[in-house]
Design a protein around this ligand. Structure first.
Ligand code: ATP
Length: 284
């Protein structure tokens, strides 16, 4: 069952088209990961869904609810991890959690959250004395205070060492066991693979691929892309394109001027045939 549906989201900042046309749906209890390079539009997408940034176009629905008519109801359903810089440095983790709890009518008990984020032993230390990983865990804990159904984590492991990252992964996996839906952004492929039920790869504001990690890996390992750039010019590229189209190992080709792109599940044979051809024709 979809808890969140996003259709044709668009957002520009002046001439920067941060999000160009993004649509996806997220099922209950899944970890849905948005992955992409710097500036791909991950945070902007998340902030539109969280109701922090108004989209230029598109629809966001949480079941029957939308931001125009049901903002208060949506706010009770979702939890957003604050930037770790937004924590109160002079307070302890326990005090930060209690403070956030006081904003809600109903909150998850602080001890339970401290246990889940593995900060029980540090609950009385000032936040400014915590490590980067501990601060990030507290930020995730703050997103859980209202016991939300859907939790948003924007690059929760960014800048952390491998052990601290793994500690965060453990928390995300526990959230899944608690039947929470987690929407996560990351730069790290390994993280997306380990944690996610669905992975949405975005680049330059557009979805490049969206599937389960295993289906994405299968697609990637199934087919390889070969790119050839012809220094002898257009005629050589056209010639090579014709030749490639007739090779049984090639599934499709694409030519952009003198650049030829080929896709094959069998790159060894294809490369052998291609080099034989270019050598015969004396193409560079
Ligand atoms: P990162 O991984 O670096 O956080 P991201 O994938 O989250 O990147 P966004 O932060 O969504 O990417 O940014 C997408 C594009 O929109 C970038 O080119 C960014 O500079 C631009 N951008 C984002 N917010 C604003 C804003 N408030 N004003 C102007 N440009 C913005």
């Amino acid at each position: 069952m979809a808890v969140l549906e996003v259709k044709h989201l668009k957002k520009s900042f002046g001439t920067i088209h941060a999000v160009q046309d993004i649509s996806f749906s997220v099922n209950a209890s899944e970890v849905f990961t948005i992955i992409g390079p710097n500036g791909a539009g991950k945070t902007t997408t998340l902030e539109m869904i969280e109701g922090l940034v108004p989209p230029d176009q598109g629809k966001i629905t949480f079941g029957e609810l939308n931001w125009d008519k049901h903002a208060n109801k949506i706010k009770q359903k979702i939890g957003v991890q604050p930037q770790s810089s937004a924590l109160f440095d002079l307070l302890t983790p326990e005090e930060n959690l209690n403070l956030f709890s006081s904003f809600y009518k109903k909150a998850r008990p602080t001890e339970e959250i401290l246990e889940l984020i593995n900060l029980t032993d540090h609950r009385k230390n000032q936040v400014k004395k915590l490590s980067g990983g501990q601060r990030q865990r507290l930020a995730i804990g703050l997103a859980m205070v209202s016991d939300p159904e859907v939790i948003f984590l924007d690059e929760p492991t960014s800048g952390l060492d491998p052990q601290a990252r793994r500690n965060i992964w453990d928390i995300i996996l526990q959230l899944k066991e608690l039947d929470k839906t987690t929407i996560l952004t990351t730069h790290y492929m390994e993280e997306a693979e380990k944690l996610s039920d669905s992975v949405c790869i975005i680049d330059q504001g557009k979805i490049v691929a969206l599937d389960t990690p295993s289906a994405l890996i299968e697609k990637l390992t199934d087919e390889r892309e070969i790119r050839l750039s012809f220094l002898d010019g257009l005629a050589a590229a056209e010639d090579a394109n014709l030749f490639s189209e007739n090779l049984p190992s090639i599934t499709r080709t694409e030519r952009l001027e003198t650049l030829l792109k080929l896709w094959t599940p069998n790159p060894e044979d294809t490369l052998y045939d291609l080099f034989r051809f270019t050598k015969e024709r004396n193409f560079k």
